[in-house]
Design a protein around this ligand. Structure first.
Ligand SMILES: [Cu+2]
Length: 590
């Protein structure tokens, strides 16, 4: 499979972009004809950088309300350009992307380009009060970043309040022109976004929960490309929901994204195998499976050969939860539909989603992931460690006189529940504004206990806006250790500004003497979001080669809201190439 390389055939870039590319190629051909072959040769050599040169892609995101009906009820939702899921952002590796975000809604808004490295351009990363003040109603802001050294699927989403429930979409980064995929080029590529639908207003849900100090309600169903699907209680016919149209004998690439707020999901296609080729915009060693696991914030590209008989096949997205915690247990469905299927009512081949608590299915998927680690796409795992950190992640209980039980559920990293500052940390850092944050985030738990046991007697956390400071280019090993406080739980942890290597993983407490013996320092998976196993730990390594302030948080929105978040502050290195760019002139004010 890997002896040859294959060029992507259909570049599913927007029509305008494809036109532009065709025009470029035509112009180039005309120019060639005007010169003798020697001059043409010289010209081609000179022109070559232009042909592969990066382009600028312009997008406009109008944040607007729109009424949407799902599960037999209608409500206004916040959208980008009226779409749910939002528009796909197409670009090539190396391109400069400009997105003008105009806020037409009553909420403050920011957009995060999840997984985009934002090298030196931290101002455009998007988490509210971390890298920028929000875009206020009636205001706008142009995000301006370059896609350097990344290709694959990522996502964009709102990074304030719970707006990302409907404000999200795909980022498709195609390889540079003429650079093939390291796997057989698919016939077609399809974006598949998994999400949630809430009948209630999610802002009201979380506000009420925070006032009461209790966990918020759960969503009413999951969605595939915005639809609960043909098996949903409100489906009008078996034709409802998203349809993946395929032709027999062709291979398709699904760019799968989990944009749900609070749930990790299994994804299956009845009767079909899926070959994983990329996660979080990093090529993987291909492996074939019938079920993928995807946490909120993660992306997975799979190849799907349409090798079955004509008919319709069920596609499912169902939750994974291996702790005694309430989740939305509704399975979202869609159908894979063969083009030569005559009748719309053709037999539907179904599949059973894995059980809710299918830990073995989840573990086997995670254990199969490896970086491609080829000559062209090496896994540059840091082998020496400058900063060795251990962060506990979990929940706690703090006093709250006005709450229902006199206490509130909170979440923390190393016993610190992060408090959002009134202004952006990056701005406070850049302009030396004191009193916004401190750089004393603890590199280890403030006190040791049997982390995955039932927890210490005192479940109280400290509040603080504390960052962990790193010099430019420092190498970091970070052990993310789940705690058993209240209940152990799987936390999908997302790091902004970097990819990291997931070098190890285990159940129980991390043992600094024995656990590292099993680390994979050769071809561990590289990504930006990783599930810390319930009652276990995950070890990651990264190089702090990006100056700025970089958020680290649980991608279950409920845990982020409760305080399971912190930030790394990476200082500038030497000279402009190792320093944060100047702040943009239109950076919103708080
Ligand atoms: Cu979490």
């Amino acid at each position: 499979m890997h002896a040859e390389t294959y060029y992507p055939t259909v570049l599913r870039v927007g029509e305008v972009d494809r036109e532009g590319e065709r025009r470029e190629i035509k112009k180039e051909r005309l120019r060639k004809m005007e010169y003798s072959w020697v001059r043409a040769l010289v010209l081609v050599i000179c022109m070559f950088p232009l042909l592969v040169d990066a382009r600028t892609r312009h997008y406009k995101f109008n944040v607007v309300m729109r009424n949407m009906t799902r599960l037999c009820s209608t409500k206004p939702i916040v959208t980008v350009n009226g779409e749910f899921p939002g528009p796909t952002l197409y670009a090539r590796e190396g391109d400069n992307v400009l997105v003008k975000v105009v806020n037409h809604v009553k909420y403050n808004v920011t957009i995060h380009w999840h997984g985009v490295r934002q090298l030196r351009t931290g101002w455009y990363d998007g988490p509210a009060y971390v890298t920028q003040c929000p875009i206020q109603p009636g205001q706008n802001f142009v995000y301006n970043f370059t896609l350097t050294g990344q290709r694959g699927t990522l996502l964009w989403h709102a990074h304030i309040l719970w707006l990302r429930v409907t404000v999200h979409g795909a980022i498709v980064i195609l390889p540079k022109l003429r650079v093939p995929y390291p796997f057989p080029a698919p016939h077609k590529e399809l974006v598949v976004i998994l999400g949630e639908w809430w009948k209630s207003d999610t802002e009201a849900v979380i506000n009420q929960a925070m006032q009461a100090g209790l966990p918020p309600n759960i969503s009413d169903c999951h969605t595939i490309n915005g639809h609960p699907g043909p098996l949903s209680t409100c489906a009008s016919s078996s034709q409802d929901g998203y349809k993946l149209q395929v032709e027999s004998g062709k291979t398709y690439m699904l760019r799968i994204i989990n944009a749900a707020l609070n749930e990790e999901l299994f994804f299956k296609v009845a009767g079909h195998k899926l070959t994983v080729v990329e996660v979080d915009a990093i090529y993987t060693k291909p492996f074939t499976t019938d079920t993928i696991l995807i946490t909120p914030g993660q992306t997975t590209n799979v190849l799907l050969p349409a090798d079955q008989g004509a008919g319709r096949y069920l596609v499912t997205a169902s939750p994974f939860m291996d702790s005694p915690i309430a989740v939305d247990n509704m399975t979202a469905t869609a159908t894979l539909h063969y083009a030569n299927t005559v009748s719309a009512s053709a037999a539907l081949t179904t599949t059973k989603p894995p059980p809710l608590n299918a830990t073995p299915v989840a573990s086997s998927f995670i254990d199969s992931l490896r970086s491609l680690n080829s000559k062209q796409y090496p896994a540059k795992v840091p082998l020496k460690v400058d900063h060795s950190l251990l962060f506990t992640v979990g929940v706690g209980v703090n006093p709250c006189p006005t709450c229902v039980n006199g206490s509130r559920v909170v979440a923390d990293v190393n016993n610190v529940s992060f408090v959002m500052p009134p202004t952006a940390i990056l701005q406070a850092h850049y302009y030396n504004i004191s009193g916004v944050f401190t750089d004393d985030f603890p590199g280890n738990p403030p006190f040791t206990f049997n982390y995955t046991g039932s927890g210490p007697k005192n479940l109280q956390t400290m509040n603080g806006t504390r960052v962990y400071r790193l010099p430019y280019n420092a190498t970091v090993q970070l052990i993310l250790q789940d705690t058993g406080i209240i209940a152990p739980e799987n936390h999908p942890i997302h790091l902004h500004g970097f990819n990291f290597f997931a070098v190890g993983r285990g159940l129980g407490n991390f043992n600094p003497k024995t656990s590292p013996n099993k680390f994979n320092l050769v071809d561990p998976i590289e990504r930006n979001t990783i599930g810390v196993p319930s009652g276990g730990w995950t070890a990651i390594r990264f190089v702090a080669d990006n100056p700025g302030v970089w958020f680290l948080h649980c991608h279950l929105e409920v845990h982020t809201t409760w305080g399971l978040k912190m930030a790394f502050l990476v200082d500038n290195g030497k000279g402009p190439n190792e320093s944060l760019i100047l702040p943009p002139k239109d950076l919103p004010a708080c």
